[in-house]
Design a protein around this ligand. Structure first.
Ligand code: ISE
Length: 342
């Protein structure tokens, strides 16, 4: 492992980008933010306000030209990812790309093709749930078969409200994309089919947004995961999973904070946003990625996993539009992404 800190450009200074800048500068060992790439000048300035010496640029190409970068953290919105990933791959830097890798399987395949021209997998996708302590415990329980075979999962994915511009397709591509990655990871096999049903509409959702929705993910051997996605549920941010086994059930995600007894009531605090709910998972993910890159590898979901999730999203969008059960199809996995390949 090199002893020099990893010199990183963070692309995007919105909620996630600014959060990663803070994480990398305050809590990550062996990392140094050298540039923030953000077309919105005031956002860029706010992200580097207390970081003297950190350059700001509006385009990735300008940051790559600094010739002082080892890695890039991509936290711009998904539709902009491909335009950042392709020149970064060409420049030979390592990349941690926030989910989704790209919004479509077609663009994900273009990214895979570009990555395969490099010497080794250079992209890790920011599916942070795989680094959450309880998700890791649940995976261990599933793999151990201690409770018998896993039969089904009940997943709830709840956001208090939607940001401006959030559309119905984003229920799939921006939100349920997390389950589209974490369910196959937990179960240990790909998703074979998707179905979407729409219950009574929440009248508190912005006009034109029909939610909540129920997304049914079916894995290859028939494990069913039902996902309730609610994005204007008002009370807070909550992600839970109940796993049904042959011998019992397991629950994760009841991560509430302080309990209080007051005024004849018992109350328990709940998160209001993903940056706190998954703060430790993000910290672990980023630290492990930095360590891995300094040793010349990645340590988490690859661009291939990003492509798989993009393919499931695509089937999910058809299921959402038609109400039909839609089978997912995948391209064959290139040997480059073989887990045993060095
Ligand atoms: C957001 O982009 C995230 O990634 C959150 O984890 C998810 O819960 C939310 O629905 C998305 O909009």
């Amino acid at each position: 492992m090199t002893t020099d800190p990893l010199r990183i450009a963070v692309v995007g200074a919105g909620i996630m980008g600014a959060d990663h800048v803070r994480r990398l500068t305050e809590r990550t060992i062996g990392a140094q933010v050298v540039a923030v790439v953000e077309p919105d000048v005031s956002r860029a300035a706010a992200a580097v306000a207390h970081l003297p010496g950190v350059a700001t640029r509006s385009r990735i190409e300008d940051a790559l030209e600094l010739d002082a970068l080892d890695a890039v953290v991509v936290a711009a919105p998904g539709p902009f990812h491909e335009a950042v990933l392709l020149p970064s791959l060409e420049a030979g830097v390592d990349i941690l790309c926030e989910k989704p890798l790209t919004p479509s399987s077609e663009s994900a395949l273009r990214v895979l093709e570009a990555e395969q021209k490099t010497d080794r997998p250079r992209i890790q996708v920011g599916f942070m749930r795989r680094f959450d302590e309880e998700y890791m415990q649940l995976k261990e329980l599933i793999d151990s078969r201690e409770a018998g075979q896993l039969l089904a999962l009940h997943c709830a994915h709840r956001n208090p409200f939607t940001p401006p511009g959030y559309t119905e397709s984003m229920l799939i591509t921006d939100s349920v994309v997390h389950e589209m990655d974490v369910v196959p990871w937990l179960v240990g096999e790909p998703i074979a089919a998707v179905e979407v049903r729409k219950p009574r509409r929440n009248s508190l959702a912005p006009e034109g947004l029909s939610e909540p929705q129920l997304v049914l993910l079916e894995t290859e051997s028939g494990v069913l995961a039902d996902v309730e996605i609610s994005v204007n549920i008002q009370f807070g941010y909550q992600v839970t999973t109940d796993a049904v086994f042959e011998r019992g059930v397991a629950e994760i995600g009841r991560t509430a904070g302080i309990s209080r007894y007051a005024d004849g009531r018992f109350t328990r605090a709940e998160h209001t946003t993903y940056t706190t709910r998954f703060a430790r998972a993000y910290d672990t993910e980023v630290q492990r990625w930095v360590n891995a890159v300094r040793s010349g590898t990645i340590d988490g979901p690859s661009a291939w996993d990003g492509y798989l999730a993009a393919s499931v999203c695509e089937a999910g969008l058809v299921a959402q539009a038609t109400g039909r059960r839609v089978e997912v199809s995948y391209a064959p996995r290139p040997a480059f992404y073989d887990p045993t390949a060095s």
